[in-house]
Design a protein around this ligand. Structure first.
Ligand code: ATR
Length: 271
């Protein structure tokens, strides 16, 4: 049995042990996957103890993704640019390798829900860690344009500077958004506390698909707003969650699990 875990604080809410357990059953992999909650100031020491126990890998969630990034011996290009790591692999020669699978999880779910990203005009709302991890995978899918807007405009401008070599990316102040997009993605944490971000209704018309990276049992606050604007389709972040896990699992185990049955079970367990 090979050992894996997810590290976060808090961690009780994490669906990762369940998801990886389902993937392991489905693909007949002999793994154990735990949930570990280090004290906020003891992430690294707790992780190193876990590695000494012979562990093969770990997922990292809030608030440790940046710390995980900082302690890696090697980083994938995606993790490097994201400045955050959600997937660690402990190599046989004692190195810690860091990846970020959040963006791939997002992009796979976006294409599953709404069709190909190629040539779409995409608006990304928010410029925090969640946004940053997803920009490169979106640009790599040859979108026509990726506009980033954020309550604090300077942070959107910083992301434009970091990623401008990789595609058509523009930071725009919210008040400069004057026409509809093909796809609007909410990456802000506002919905987690039930807050609605203030956005001009002109960004959504009946052709616009809307995606909320957060998820909940009921329609999220952002998706409800999108529906009120008569958006074409809406989806929440459950598929992204399962998708990032699937990408981690395949990096570790070399097999790609089927995400649909796991999503269906999770969705019904939320209800
Ligand atoms: P995460 O890792 O989830 O992205 P974060 O790095 O703290 O978390 O970023 C939170 C994002 O949500 C930011 O873009 C933040 O906007 P600011 O940069 O202006 O703070 C955004 N956000 C949170 N609450 C918001 C609200 N009520 N209205 C608009 N944006 C909000």
């Amino acid at each position: 049995t090979e050992l894996y875990a997810v590290f976060g604080n808090p961690i009780v809410q994490s669906k990762s042990p369940y998801i990886h357990g389902e993937f392991a059953k489905q693909t007949l992999q002999d793994i154990s996957y735990q949930a570990i909650q280090p004290p906020v100031d003891q992430f690294e020491s707790t992780l190193r103890t876990f590695i000494k126990q012979g562990a093969k890998g770990a997922n990292v969630t809030a608030p440790f993704k940046q710390q995980a990034y900082a302690l890696c011996d090697e980083l994938s290009e995606l993790a490097q640019l994201a400045g955050a790591v959600n997937t660690l692999t402990f190599t046989d020669d004692g190195k810690i390798h860091g990846d970020n699978t959040d963006g791939v999880g997002l992009v796979n779910d976006l294409e599953a829900q709404f069709g190909l990203l190629k040539d779409k005009h995409v608006l990304l709302i928010g410029a925090g860690g969640a946004a940053r991890g997803c920009i490169l995978p979106i640009l790599q899918h040859q979108v026509a344009q990726l506009v980033i807007c954020n309550r604090t405009h300077e942070k959107a401008q910083q992301l434009q500077n970091v990623f401008s070599d990789y595609g058509n990316i523009f930071a725009k102040p919210i008040e400069d958004l004057l026409s509809p997009f093909d796809l609007v993605i909410n990456s802000t944490s506002a919905g987690l506390t039930g807050q609605l971000i203030s956005l001009p209704s002109v960004i959504v018309d009946k052709t616009t698909d809307c995606y909320d990276m957060t998820y909940s049992q009921h329609t999220t606050v952002f998706n409800q707003w999108a529906k009120d604007q008569k958006a074409h389709k809406t989806a929440d972040g459950l598929g992204m969650l399962v998708g990032q896990a699937a990408k981690s699992f395949s990096l570790w185990r070399g097999v790609t699990p089927n995400t649909s049955p796991v999503m269906e079970k999770l969705r019904s367990s939320l209800a």
